[in-house]
Design a protein around this ligand. Structure first.
Ligand SMILES: NC(=O)c1ccc[n+]([C@@H]2O[C@H](COP(=O)([O-])OP(=O)(O)OC[C@H]3O[C@@H](n4cnc5c(N)ncnc54)[C@H](OP(=O)(O)O)[C@@H]3O)[C@@H](O)[C@H]2O)c1
Length: 288
């Protein structure tokens, strides 16, 4: 099976590419020129003999989602229009494919106290009028893909890994001057990449999957794990509350949320409990 990877130059796409390299999985990197129209997508699939397409392409904003408030056209195009173009191209070529979405379309927990499942509609979106521009476009992208044929939608949430990288959540916690204490579900980036490939390998049912490590953690709990691992010695400081964080460090509201990953686990995808996954990355810090 030969994969076509879109967005391979990015943080998530790079992780997927190195996973395929390490596993000896044949793949081809597809460039932006493959995504100009559904016809270009179908043509690239045929030309490069792609069996399965994985799209890690999207607009995240640099250095963070605040930038999406300023670059709305790119954000809307990368997150809401592009998934539709890919859907049409992949459906015309009749291949299986997957799209990297985000858990940031939710905030908090469900009213019954559980994590959000794939059946729960986003509650941090333009429809609720309570979200960042980034989250709004990610929720629109999911609407565009509802009912898509032979399509996986994988929700990634706050990626972390053992390798230092400014995009790695563990490195962010270690390097930020002040932290917002919030409870979140998170995704081990390498387990996420493996789960994307395994979705095709195992032939699990198409549809939406929360690919977060089971459970949730608060920022303070992550700090404790970092201290226990002895990766860095520093005094960690926290914002007083979300208002303090918004006043001092952010321009647009952030999603903090808990997701339920039991659908992915039930399908046979491997995601280890969140504290275990974080502790494992910290133990291997600096090594792939
Ligand atoms: N990183 C996170 O914390 C996180 C969390 C949850 C979900 N996600 C999702 O994961 C995906 C990848 O994120 P990332 O962090 O890897 O972002 P990234 O580092 O900014 O990489 C994004 C990639 O997408 C490509 N791209 C952007 N707009 C495109 C367009 N209109 N057409 C074709 N390609 C386009 C970029 O191509 P160029 O190299 O040519 O610019 C780049 O290769 C996004 O959909 C994002 O929403 C990320």
């Amino acid at each position: 099976m030969r994969f076509g990877i879109l967005g391979a130059g990015g943080y998530v796409g790079g992780a997927l590419k190195s996973y395929c390299e390490r596993q000896g999985i044949p793949f081809v990197v597809l460039g932006r020129d493959s995504t100009t129209s559904p016809q270009h997508v179908a043509q690239a699939i045929e030309t490069h003999r792609v069996d399965y397409l994985i799209s890690c392409a999207g607009y995240t904003g640099k250095p963070n989602v605040d930038a999406c408030e300023l670059h709305k056209t790119d954000c809307l195009h990368g997150n809401a229009v592009l998934p539709g173009v890919l859907r049409q191209g992949c459906e015309a070529a009749d291949i299986s494919w997957g799209h990297v979405s985000s858990g940031c379309i939710y905030t908090g927990r469900r009213s019954d106290g559980d994590g959000f499942t794939e059946a729960d509609p986003p509650n941090f979106s333009f429809r609720q009028n309570n979200c960042s521009f980034y989250s709004g476009t990610k929720a629109l992208g999911e609407e565009v893909l509802a009912g898509a044929s032979k399509c996986y939608v994988w929700r990634l949430r706050i990626p972390f890994e053992a390798l230092p990288n400014p995009r790695n959540y563990l490195q962010k916690v270690m390097s930020y001057d002040s932290l917002l204490d919030a409870e979140n579900s998170l995704s081990d980036l390498h387990q996420f990449a493996a789960a994307c490939v395994d979705s095709f390998r195992l032939g699990i049912p198409y549809g939406f999957y929360n690919l977060t490590n089971p459970g949730s953690v608060t920022t303070r709990e992550v700090v404790e794990l970092i201290k226990q691992a002895g990766v860095i010695e520093k005094e960690f400081r926290f914002f007083q509350d979300e208002d303090d964080f918004m006043r001092k460090a952010a321009k647009t509201p952030r999603s903090n949320c808990v997701l339920d990953s039991s659908k992915a686990l039930g399908a046979g995808l491997k995601l280890t409990p969140i504290r275990e996954a974080i502790a494992d990355c910290l133990m291997r810090w600096g090594k792939a």
